[in-house]
Design a protein. Structure first.
Lengths: 115, 111
């Protein structure tokens, strides 16, 4: 069965420090992988996506993620966190078959940024 | 171009009532999906519609139903509301492939 695990519920980092948010997935085929960010009371904004090709993908706001098939992971990284990055981050696996698409989301990691 | 728009943004309903949530996809997108996000959890898939046909349904009771109109907008209907239906309901539109664009959501509170 498809699933996404985000093992860290809360993470606190200092402004300017590096960040890594973990994501592990279970999926039977080659996955489509996504990271979304959600501010309180808001919808989901796409940070980056992986469909195929280069396993290191760049996204918006200085984020990047690396797909590691052998570890079934798609961790999100940022070299220097800004206070405005405080939000909740969701990893998702997408499936698309004959115009039917469905996302499986992790439970999210809430990021706090210390000044 | 406008993004995915959802209405209303917030609403409060009483247990047992019915609610209708609306979604307009991005222009040119023919697929709309609905997700429920309960506080503290990730979104859960409810429905997907493509070209006005239901393409997929998640593990939700029959109290949940949806439809898509010729202009590709969509409605999500929930009957006999329960307290546990309180959540953020997200609509996503897709043009082709697995990439989805999400709206800001409708916050439903059932009291």
């Amino acid at each position: 069965a498809q699933s996404v695990t985000q093992p860290d519920i809360h993470i606190t980092v200092s402004e300017g420090a590096s960040l890594e948010l973990r994501c592990n997935y279970s999926y039977g085929a080659t996955p489509y992988l996504f990271w979304y960010v959600q501010s309180p009371g808001q919808g989901l904004q796409l940070l980056l996506k992986y469909f195929s090709g280069d396993t290191l993908v760049q996204g918006i706001k200085g984020f990047e993620a690396e797909f590691k098939r052998s570890q079934s992971s798609f961790n999100l990284r940022k070299p220097s966190v800004h206070w405005s990055d405080a939000a909740e981050y969701f990893c998702a696996v997408g499936a698309e078959i004959y115009n039917f698409n469905k996302f499986y989301f992790g439970s999210g990691t809430k990021l706090n940024v210390k000044p | 171009d406008a993004g995915v728009t959802q209405s209303p943004t917030h609403l409060i309903k009483t247990r047992g009532q019915h609610v209708t949530l609306r979604c307009s996809p991005i222009s040119g997108h023919k697929s709309v999906s609905w997700y429920q996000q309960v506080l503290g959890q990730g979104p859960q898939f409810i429905f997907q519609y493509y070209e006005k046909e239901e393409r997929g349904r998640g593990n939700f009771p029959d109290r949940f139903s949806a439809r898509q109109f010729p202009n590709y907008s969509s409605e999500l209907n929930v009957n006999a509301l329960l307290l546990g239906d309180s959540a953020l309901y997200l609509c996503a539109s897709t043009r082709k492939g697995p990439e989805a664009f999400f709206g800001q959501g409708t916050r439903l509170t059932v009291v």
